[in-house]
Design a protein around this ligand. Structure first.
Ligand code: GLN
Length: 441
């Protein structure tokens, strides 16, 4: 018996020795599981608390950065794409809870970043994958979050928290790894913070204008091949813009100038662009009246396209109001109906606010609705050469059903066209009837 036990130990040692033929990732998995011997337990106990403003306390295990952080908790139902979610600047001020129970299994890579930074408050997941396995992986999720100073927690009942958010609406929470803080202190912090009314755009927008060049890489292009470059000049307002919006514009032949959120409308108009894009961005659209003012000064003068925050700002600039939804839409599986064509797109979404269509002036058309709750998902105002979507046609992550919001298939001339810029065609300059507009779809 003793001999058998000894040989078993030896073969395990062989297995984990650096000379064994196993891959680095499988070794690191096993070494994490078997690394006791330094006096510490080989498992981790709860070392973090998420305290919600409703008084509930959720014990969890921390990964990534440590500390104390406040934010609004929202749940995201995407099955894939956690890296794009982590780098979507629209999550500034929010904890993202992933309803998919296992996160981290594909690690992170250099190509899937949607911005240069992670602006979210933290990540909440059920199970952190103990191994990473993907040909593009350069780093595991925990190391990535630590480097970017983002707090994460796992081994927390994400299903129970999601049900609470669905029933009671979005909640403010405080996440802490600091044992010196009492539950009451953390509860007080969460009750005294509010995301409504905060200008979160100014913290995520670029500081000065720049040119964007990259289009979608050939191997990832899912639409018709790349057309001629620089056919149109688009000025893109960066309210927290995702890189894939810029890549898709470039793929459809645009030269793009990205400008900060505070860039004056007069300077934009001086550039004489073919179109202006108002991007996605974090927080409450009512907290950024300066951006609404800029939008007001541009619409009607040049074709415009609004995405998510951009759509909400357009709604306000037209005289409409926005409201906060109960728990918003965050995920890659939201059905949207295009009311003009009847076509249903499965879309990528991330928003907590929506435009109230009843408050919009005559002539503004609701073009899309979210089929989960009937909320307004798209607008058009042909008289002002304006289109906008509440969701994310650029996806990343998410399905590509809505990509045609950017452009049409290759035209006979060989040039790809940007759909919203078609409304500035010479033929329609004399006056654009809404029936003309319909024909663009
Ligand atoms: N993705 C976005 O642009 C988000 C828009 C807005 N901040 C909201 O939460 O509704």
């Amino acid at each position: 018996m003793a001999t058998k036990a000894l040989s078993f130990t030896l073969s395990l040692n062989d297995l984990f020795s650096s000379k064994s033929p196993h891959t680095a990732s499988s070794l690191s998995v096993f070494s994490v599981r078997c690394s006791a011997g330094n006096g510490e337990r080989p498992w981790k106990n709860s070392d973090a608390r998420l305290v919600l403003e409703d008084g509930s306390i959720w014990k969890a295990k921390s990964f990534g950065a440590s500390g104390t952080q406040v934010g609004e908790v929202v749940f995201n139902t995407s099955l894939t794409g956690y890296q794009e979610i982590l780098t979507d600047p629209s999550y500034a001020g929010q904890f993202v809870l992933m309803t998919n129970p296992q996160i981290g299994n594909t690690g992170v890579n250099f190509d899937d970043e949607e911005s240069a930074q992670c602006f979210l408050s933290g990540l909440v997941i059920r199970s952190l994958s103990i191994s990473t396995s993907n040909w593009r992986c350069v780093k595991d999720l925990g190391d990535y979050l630590t480097e970017r100073n983002v707090m994460g927690i796992y081994d927390v009942d994400t299903r129970a928290i999601t049900r609470r958010l669905r029933e009671d609406g979005s909640l403010i929470g405080v996440l802490s790894t600091d044992n010196s803080k009492t539950d009451d202190e953390l509860l007080h912090m969460s009750k005294s913070w509010n995301i409504v009314g905060l200008d979160l755009i100014s913290g995520v927008s670029c500081k000065s204008p720049y040119e964007w060049i990259d289009s979608t890489k050939k191997e990832w292009e899912f639409s018709a091949g790349e057309g001629p470059r620089d056919t149109f000049h688009v000025v893109a307002y960066d309210f927290g813009i995702k890189h894939n919006i810029l890549r898709r514009l470039a793929s459809y032949g645009c030269k793009i100038t990205v400008v900060p959120s505070t860039w004056p409308a007069s300077e934009t108009l001086k550039l004489n662009p073919d179109g202006v894009l108002f991007s996605n961005g974090p927080g409450d659209p009512s907290a950024v009246p300066y951006a609404v003012e800029t939008v007001k000064n541009i619409i009607g003068k040049v074709p415009v396209f609004g995405i998510c925050m951009g759509h909400q700002l357009l709604g306000q600039a037209l005289g409409g109001t926005t409201y906060k939804m109960k728990f918003g839409h965050h995920g890659g599986n939201h059905p949207v109906r295009n009311l003009r064509t009847g076509r249903v797109e499965i879309s990528s979404q991330n928003h907590n606010y929506a435009v109230d269509p009843a408050t919009l002036p005559e002539g503004v058309e609701v073009t899309h609705i979210n089929l989960n709750d009937g909320s307004c998902a798209g607008l058009a105002f042909p008289a002002q050469k304006l289109v906008s979507l509440q969701y994310h046609p650029e996806a990343s992550p998410g399905p590509h059903d809505s990509d045609n919001a950017f452009g049409d298939e290759l035209l006979s001339s060989g040039a790809r066209r940007i759909k919203y810029l078609k409304i500035c065609d010479k033929s329609s300059e004399q006056g654009l009837a809404s029936s003309d507009f319909h024909s663009f779809h």
